[in-house]
Design a protein around this ligand. Structure first.
Ligand SMILES: [Fe+2]
Length: 203
């Protein structure tokens, strides 16, 4: 079975930006539900849970056709949420550093401009999904939005930053003020973590 990730902060620590009740329900119910369902389906197979989850996307053909959609949906729900929870922290690492700072400045001109583009992508998106910063096949940064639990890995893209824009991410605190939530996410986003991912993937 795949084990749940541990949060690197307590549920209240992202306040006042993301409230504790939201983190508790989001992690404890939404994320855990995807993980339990994924484990349940994969357990029907002689599945090796030591395999990195990312690897399953490209090898989905190895599962029975009738299970593939359920596997991809729940796998996306797991992988997307894990990146989302891990790329936040209360320690004010929300300004890019290291290689990712350089890459963002090169591509977007400045961090402020990057943030503006990222939030614009989220504001323009309709329905439930995520906005991601990904590395494309040329190793360049791209901001993309995907629906529901679709994953950048389905397109050969490597996600290094994720903002959940499902209503369950913010509704208790922000209600319809989703732009406030997007800005609040940028108060707790963890560029230390994102930079590590970027440096690992660039190699
Ligand atoms: Fe979510």
């Amino acid at each position: 079975m795949y084990s749940p990730i541990s949060l690197t902060y307590s549920v209240n620590e992202l306040e006042p930006y993301i409230d504790g009740e939201t983190v508790m329900v989001h992690y404890g119910k939404h994320y855990m539900n995807y993980l339990n369902k994924l484990n349940e389906i994969l357990s029907k197979y002689n599945f090796n849970f030591n395999i990195d989850k990312e690897f399953i996307f490209a090898n989905i053909d190895q599962f029975n056709e009738e299970d593939r959609e359920d596997i991809l949906y729940n796998l996306g729900g797991v992988v997307n949420h894990e990146l989302y929870f891990l790329n936040m922290d209360p320690a004010k690492n929300n300004i890019p550093m290291g290689s990712i700072k350089e890459a963002i400045d090169n591509k977007y001109g400045s961090y402020e401009n990057f943030k503006k583009e990222f939030i614009k992508k989220a504001m323009e998106f309709r329905g439930s999904g995520y906005v991601f910063l990904v590395l494309n096949t040329n190793g360049e940064l791209e901001i993309i939005a995907l629906s529901n639990q679709d994953s950048p890995y389905n397109y050969g893209l490597i996600p290094i930053m994720a903002m959940d824009i499902w209503e369950h991410s913010y509704y208790l605190k922000h209600q319809n003020r989703k732009e406030d939530y997007f800005n609040d996410f940028f108060e707790v986003v963890n560029f230390s973590y994102i930079n590590n991912l970027y440096e690992d993937e660039k190699m």
